[in-house]
Design a protein around this ligand. Sequence first.
Ligand code: PLP
Length: 457
Amino acid sequence: MLNTPPLSNLQTRDIESVLHPYTALHKLKSTGTLVIESGKGVYVYDTQGRGYIEGMSGLWCAGLGFGDEELIDAATEQLRSLPYYHLFGAKGTESAIELAEKLKEIAPVPISKVFFTSSGSEANDTQVKLAWYMNNAMGRPNKKKIISRIKAYHGVTIMAASLTGLPYNHIGWDLPVDRVLHTDCPHYYRFGKDGESEAEFVQRLVKSLRDLIEREGPNTIAAMIAEPVMGAGGVIVPPMTYYAAIQEVLDEHNIILIDDEVINGFGRTGNWWGCQSLGMTPKTISAAKQLTAAYSPLGAVMVPEDIYQAYVDHSAAIGTFGHGFTYGGHPLGCALGVKAIEIYQRRDIVGHVRMLSPVFEARMKALNDHPLVGETRYCGLVGGVELVADKKTRRSFDPKQAVGPQLAKILEGHGAILRAVGDTIAFCPPMVITEAELNELFDRFEKALADTEAWVS
Ligand code: PLP
């Protein structure tokens, strides 16, 4: 099982020339790469023609699966009529206008304007710049720090990686930068104390947030950023009372809440937006990934009217709103965004996720009896299985053993792709998956889990 076959020509060329993101570079020559050639429905196919259920929608993004003809047609049509234009200097395109209107229509809170980026990282970077810009416009030049959370994931640009609360995004990268504060991670299983109830855990986190704000000075803090369900930190679903409780503290101190919906948005959690599933009421929103069902890069920042007015005032003082990306609001991305949202609505993707989530939950719960499984976590069609060395004490495996990545590798041999985030195996299948395909994904995962158990013992 652990003997990897000799590398193919394409794999060798891959390793020789491509710098692979989030990859154990020192092991690459022995592990090789999995070169994917095509995709259809929930399956992707490698260069040998082997099919894999893509149980992660790629990187939590291909929510409508692969090879969707409607999206392909929309892309082709847009490329024929206008392959590129921009929104700088008061220019506009019909696809950007339509997508902004659609996003305002489906937004979970009142939104006045949409700023387009090319990615989730750029969206969150922009959120921070906008919070600074807003506070300068409002005569609060010292209100600039941003609170994030341990285990958060908000991207990899210098500021987005600083907001991210994962060691491998900081160590060796001279990050986080100043002005970023990390508060507790709302993961009861990992960070709840012995004998502490979930309600007491939430109260402790609220107190810790309040202490942090008071220590730093409320007048120095602009915003807090949060993913409703935390994705790349290990699919962490906070207690249901958590957001309402921390928002009280933020509101008291006039600290805005930025909602990072980059994974959660567009039906993933069983509602249009993760904030609706988790009881969060944000001020501004970041979106990307399923915004275009991943058929093109695109990100968006959504802001309400009162914040927009601050930009207008500041632009009047300076002469322009000095921010924008060459490909932010690219017509291809916007046309795909419009089409993806139309498909989500017409095919009632939220309804489909809700219909499948009891199956997802039942298969997750059944895994709890396995000796390697410490905890399973799920919301809608996103979930995580945390592997542990000792179920009773919740002791984790030594990270050097790389048990999670090993399971993911074994799973490829069983014809499915999931992502190991540490020793948590993340599930985020295309939202169009059928019940039979979902069961097949779990069947294949169970085989890989059994093989991993044999490997670790
Ligand atoms: N925010 C969240 C919650 C994410 O999961 C990600 C990527 O996984 C990002 C932001 C960054 O998005 P991108 O990789 O498009 O820059």
